[in-house]
Structures are given as structure tokens and as C-alpha cells.
Design a binder for this molecule. Structure first.
Ligand code: ZN
Length: 388
């Protein structure tokens, strides 16, 4: 049986309809796939754009962040060094409340970022545009790579900033604690000097200068210089005391020296002792010789014969020491020496000064030795006292 042509024609139309439907579906599917791809392509481009802008921001901030870190790192390094010097040598001067800040210096290395993080930040650059905007798989790879790079760069910048902040804060706390110690150094230097008054004057002057330098600029070098100068003063004291002990006259020598200091006031004096000074010192004679310097507030070295200590406190010998001390006093009043009535006559000034201070026994005060037993006029004595 032959099927009716109508039915056949109907089946043909149905097939055509089905084919058209299939073609439409394929077209729709292809279009949908194209749309999906486009969406993903745009997504990748957006990711690239966003990551690029992050990288750009990091690259813009990079130099400042690295500079700040370098400065904070250097400051922390210096503060740590100073704190170490203070803790090692001046711990007894650190107020209790400042100890934790100084001790925190030991932990400062932990506040530093790893070199790898700095390298990442140094390398942070603006992203190159992708080679192709149409090759989706290349775009996706580029987006992944730039995002990872941006995340690393951003994290490194944050870490470097945080570390800079921590280093700055710690250095500031350490510096404040160091200052509370360095501010006390001039006073401490006075104490060390008073305890070591027999140390040589240049060593004591250096100590005072070091204390003031450390007060003004309390760096590790200045703190160490202070500590060194304090040690030098103590060593000098020991050496001087050993010298003065010669011949069992230590106590008498120290009394003589204290006497001179008590009448001269603020001029620093060193004392050297010898059997013979200025050709004198044998038997009941006494020799003295003084050298003075005008610098650094004035200081002097008085050499005395051992006989001065041996006969101390004989009034005649006190007169000689007063005369030598008058020379030492000249170290602070050059203008008095150079003016009338002295006009540079150092012996007249020393002799008149001794008399003015009340030591008028002519045997040793210069009256017999230089002026044939005739003391200077009262006006000259008064002029000498302008020297203090
Ligand atoms: Zn003299």
C-alpha cells in the first residue's frame, strides 16, 4: 500500500519544522556560548584592570614606603645601639620606668620585614597590558598572574608600612628613655669628678665635655665617649693616688691639695710631688712651680716639694702653697694679670693674691723670695683679689 501523498507531505513538513527547530537551537546554543565567552572575556579584562590599578597604586606608593622604611630601620638600628651602650655601661642611671623601653631594643629585629618582602615591593611595577584581548585562555592566565602579583605587592606594602610604624614607635620610646639618662650625665659627671678630684685636670675636663656632648646628642658614640672618659678619670685618679702615696706622705699631701682647692674655688688643679722642685725642698726649704692654662675654664698643675707635705700645716709652707695657688687662680683671670698694676707680672699677682687670702707669712708667700721682705702695697693686694 502506498501511503497517501498528503500524509507524506505532512511528515515532510514536520521534518522541516524539526530541522528548522534544530537549526534554531544550534544557533541559540552557539549564540549562548558566544555570549558566555564574551562575559568571561570581559570578566578577565575587568580582573586585569582591577589588579593593574592595585599594582599602579602600590607602584606609586612604593618609593615613599621604602624610603620611610629605610629611615625607620636606620633610626631603630642607631637607637638599639645606643640602648645597648646605656644598658651595658650606665644601667645604674636608668630610671626604673625607662628600663622596659631600653630592653625592648633587643626585640627590635623582630619588627623588621623579611628581605623577600622588600624585594617584592621594590619589584612592584605597573602591569603590562595583555598581549591579546581576544584570546580568552591567554587573558585568563594573565588575569590570574596579575592578580597574584597585585595581592603580593599589596601585602608587601602593608607589611612594610606596619613595620616602619613599629620601628619608628620603638625607636622613639628608646630615644626618650636614653634621653632621661643622657640628661643626667652632666650631673653624673660632676659626681664622678668630685669622687675623683685627684684625676688629672684634662681628663676631668674631657669628662665634662663628653657629658655635655652626650646630653646634646645622645647617640651611641656619644654615650660610649662619655663612658670612656669616665673610665679615664677613674684610672687617672688611681694613678695619681699611687704617686701621692710615695714616702708615706699621702694624707699630708691630700690635706695640702684640699687646702689649695679650698682657696682657689673653681679652677681645676693637678698636683705633682717631687723631692726637689725649682731647686728647693732640701731640709726646711720648700719649692713650688705652677703651670696654668686659660682654656676650658682655666686649669693648672702645681708642683710641690715633698717638704711641703712633711712640714704641713706649718704657716710658712701654707704661704708657699697659697702663692702657687695664686698662680693657678690666674688661669681664670688673665685680664687681671695683664692690666695695671700687674702688667703681666705673674709673681706680683701670686704674692699679692696669697696675702689677700690671708697668708701673710713672708717666708713662703713670695714676699721674702721675690721682694726682699717688702710686701706689695695694699692697693696691689686688693687688685689681686679681683681674681677671685
Ligand atoms: Zn711664683
Amino acid at each position: 500500500m502506498t501511503p497517501p501523498p498528503v500524509a507524506s507531505s505532512r511528515r515532510g513538513r514536520r521534518r522541516a519544522a524539526w530541522l528548522i527547530g534544530a537549526v534554531v537551537l544550534v544557533v541559540v546554543a552557539v549564540a549562548a556560548a558566544a555570549v558566555a565567552l564574551e562575559i568571561q572575556r570581559r570578566g578577565a579584562l575587568e580582573r586585569i584592570a582591577e589588579a593593574s590599578s592595585t599594582l599602579e597604586r602600590v607602584a606609586d606608593l612604593r618609593e615613599d614606603a621604602l624610603d620611610r622604611y629605610a629611615a625607620a630601620d636606620a633610626a631603630a638600628e642607631e637607637s638599639t645601639e645606643t640602648a645597648t651602650a646605656v644598658l651595658a655601661h650606665l644601667r645604674s642611671l636608668v630610671p626604673d620606668e625607662d628600663l622596659p623601653a631600653l630592653e625592648s631594643a633587643e626585640r627590635l629585629p623582630e619588627a623588621r620585614v623579611a628581605e623577600r618582602i622588600l624585594d617584592t615591593l621594590r619589584a612592584a611595577e605597573r602591569a603590562e597590558p595583555p598581549a591579546s584581548e581576544t584570546d580568552f585562555s591567554a587573558l585568563r592566565e594573565a588575569a590570574d598572574a596579575i592578580e597574584a602579583e597585585a595581592a603580593d605587592a599589596e601585602a608587601s606594602l602593608a607589611a612594610v608600612d606596619a613595620s616602619s610604624g613599629e620601628l619608628e614607635e620603638s625607636a622613639e620610646a628608646i630615644d626618650a628613655a636614653v634621653s632621661s639618662v643622657s640628661d643626667r650625665l652632666p650631673e653624673e659627671a660632676d659626681r664622678v669628678e668630685a669622687e675623683n678630684i685627684s684625676a688629672e685636670a684634662p681628663a676631668r675636663i674631657a669628662l665634662q665635655k663628653a657629658a655635655r656632648a652626650a646630653e646634646a646628642d645622645p647617640g651611641a658614640a656619644e654615650i660610649r665617649a662619655y663612658v670612656r672618659s669616665a673610665s679615664a678619670v677613674r684610672e687617672s685618679q688611681e694613678a695619681e693616688m699611687a704617686e701621692k702615696d710615695r714616702g708615706g706622705l699621702l694624707d699630708a699631701r691630700l690635706e695640702v691639695e684640699e687646702f689649695a682647692r679650698s682657696i682657689v674655688g673653681d679652677v681645676r688643679i693637678d698636683f705633682d710631688w717631687a723631692p726637689i722642685v725649682n731647686g728647693l725642698g732640701e731640709g726646711e726649704s720648700a719649692g713650688g712651680y705652677t703651670t696654668w692654662w686659660y682654656a676650658d675654664g682655666g686649669y693648672a698643675t702645681i708642683e710641690l716639694s715633698d717638704s711641703v707635705a712633711a712640714f704641713w700645716p706649718d704657716e710658712r709652707f701654707r704661704g708657699l702653697v697659697a702663692h702657687e695657688t695664686g698662680h693657678a687662680a690666674t688661669a681664670r683671670c688673665r685680664e687681671v694679670l695683664e692690666a695695671e698694676p700687674f702688667s703681666g707680672d705673674v709673681e706680683l699677682l701670686a704674692t699679692a693674691w696669697a696675702i689677700g687670702k690671708g697668708f701673710d707669712d713672708p717666708w713662703g708667700n713670695g714676699v721674702d723670695y721675690y721682694y726682699g721682705g717688702v710686701p706689695p702695697e695694699q692697693a696691689v693686694v686688693e687688685a689681686a683679689l679681683a681674681c677671685g
